[in-house]
Design a protein around this ligand. Structure first.
Ligand code: SF4
Length: 358
C-alpha cells in the first residue's frame, strides 16, 4: 500500500512527527490504548437517567479518574471495560445536547431528535457521504480511514467539498453501530493508521461518533478533522475521546470569517478550542493560505501558533487553494495563490521560529 505514498512508510521516524505525536504513534502501533478505549474502563456511579447537573458533575469526576488512568502504563489486553462507563456518560450527554443543539457555537437550540434542523441543516440522523483509505493526507496519517459526513456548521464560499457540506449529496443514513463495523474492518484488514472524522464537519455528528466509539472494540487513534467551532460542552465531551485534532485554522480576522464563512467570533472561539485541544490531545494544524489574506489571516495565525505552542504541534501551511463553489463572486479569492505568497507564508513561519512543518 505504501507504494502510493512511500513517505508514509517512514513518517513515524521523522523528528518533528515524533515530537508532536508521540502518543498518536504509540496508539496507532498498538503500544498504547486510544483515549476512547481508556474512557470505557472508567466506571461511573451516577444513574444515566439523572438530571443534567448530576450527569455533568459525574462527568467532571470521571474525567479526573480518566487523567490518572491515562498516565498509568498498561497493556491493552489487560484493560477491563466497565458498564456504565465514562464513554456511556458521554453518549448520554451528547443525546441531551442534540435535543437543544449546541454542538457548535452557532447554538441553534433546535431539537434535532424531533426532526428539527439548525444552520447545519441536519436532523438527528447522521448521513455518510463516503469512507475510504485516504492516501493524500499528511504522511504520518496515511493510510487514513476517512469518514466524510454530510453537513457543516460553516458556510465557506470557497468550499472544496461543497457538495457534501451544502447537502448537494443526500448521503446514506448511518448509525454508530454501522460505522463501528466499517472502522473495525478498515483497521483489522486494511491496516488503517487512524479513523479520520471529517465532512462537512464532524461536530454536528458528535452523538453518532460517540455511539460509534461505544460500539467499537478495536484500538485505533481518533482524529477530529474540524473547523474547531465546537461549543465548550462539545470540547468537554471530546476530552478523553480524541487522540489528535486535525484543525483547519482559516482566519486571523473575524471580519474575514464573517464574510467568507458566515460565522461570528471566529478568533476567540477557535483559539480557545485550540488551547483546550492541546491540553487534551495532540495537534496537527492546517492553514490554507488564501490569496490576498497574508496580513489579515496567515500572519496572525502563524504568530499565534508560534506564541502558544511553538514546535510542540505540527503545522501544515497549505498551498492548494483553488477557487471553488461561490469563490468567483469574491474578488479577493477568485484566483489561486502565487509563489511569492507561499514564500512569504514560509518566511513568516521561519521568522517566528516555527520549524515543525509538514
Ligand atoms: S451542530 Fe451547530 S449548526 Fe448544527 S444545529 Fe447544532 S448548533 Fe446548529
Amino acid at each position: 500500500m505504501y507504494f502510493l505514498r512511500p513517505d508514509a512508510a517512514t513518517a513515524f521516524e521523522d523528528k518533528g512527527v515524533k515530537k508532536a505525536f508521540s502518543r498518536y504513534i504509540q496508539v496507532s502501533t498498538n503500544q498504547k490504548p486510544a483515549r476512547f478505549i481508556i474512557s470505557k474502563t472508567i466506571p461511573i456511579s451516577v444513574d444515566l437517567n439523572a438530571d443534567d447537573l448530576a450527569l455533568l458533575e459525574a462527568h467532571d469526576k470521571a474525567l479526573d479518574e480518566y487523567r490518572n488512568a491515562e498516565k498509568r502504563p498498561v497493556k491493552i489486553d489487560d484493560l477491563a471495560f466497565k458498564s456504565p462507563s465514562l464513554l456511556d456518560l458521554k453518549v448520554e450527554l451528547s443525546r441531551r445536547i442534540l435535543k437543544n443543539c449546541h454542538f457548535c457555537e452557532r447554538r441553534c437550540g433546535v431539537d434535532r431528535t424531533a426532526g428539527k434542523k439548525g444552520f447545519c441543516n441536519l436532523n438527528g440522523i447522521s448521513r455518510l457521504s463516503s469512507e475510504f483509505l485516504h492516501m493524500g493526507e499528511e504522511a504520518c496519517l496515511v493510510p487514513s480511514h476517512t469518514i466524510f459526513f454530510i453537513g457543516c456548521s460553516f458556510y465557506c464560499v470557497f468550499c472544496q467539498n461543497w457538495t457534501i457540506s451544502r447537502h448537494r449529496e443526500a448521503g446514506t443514513p448511518v448509525t454508530g453501530k454501522m460505522l463501528s463495523e466499517i472502522v473495525k474492518k478498515r483497521r483489522l484488514f486494511d491496516k488503517s493508521r487512524n479513523v479520520n472524522l471529517v465532512g462537512g464537519e464532524p461536530t454536528p455528528n458528535t452523538h453518532t461518533i460517540l455511539d460509534m466509539l461505544k460500539e467499537l472494540d478495536v484500538n485505533i487513534p481518533v482524529v477530529w478533522n474540524s473547523n474547531m467551532y465546537m461549543h465548550k460542552d462539545t470540547m468537554s465531551l471530546l476530552d478523553g475521546v480524541v487522540d489528535m485534532y486535525l484543525t483547519d485554522f482559516k482566519y486571523g480576522s473575524d471580519r474575514c470569517a464573517r464574510r467568507l464563512s458566515k460565522c461570528e467570533n471566529y478568533w476567540d472561539i477557535t483559539t480557545r478550542n485550540h488551547l483546550l485541544a492541546k491540553q487534551h490531545a495532540e495537534l496537527l494544524i492546517r492553514h490554507l493560505v488564501m490569496p490576498g489574506h497574508m496580513e489579515c489571516c496567515t500572519r496572525p495565525i502563524i504568530e499565534w501558533i508560534a506564541g502558544n505552542f511553538g514546535n510542540e504541534v505540527r503545522v501544515n501551511i497549505m498551498s492548494q487553494y483553488r477557487p471553488e463553489f461561490e469563490a468567483f463572486k469574491h474578488d479577493d479569492i477568485k484566483r489561486v495563490i502565487t509563489g511569492s505568497e507561499m514564500k512569504m507564508a514560509y518566511k513568516i513561519a521561519k521568522e517566528n521560529g516555527l520549524t515543525n512543518l509538514d
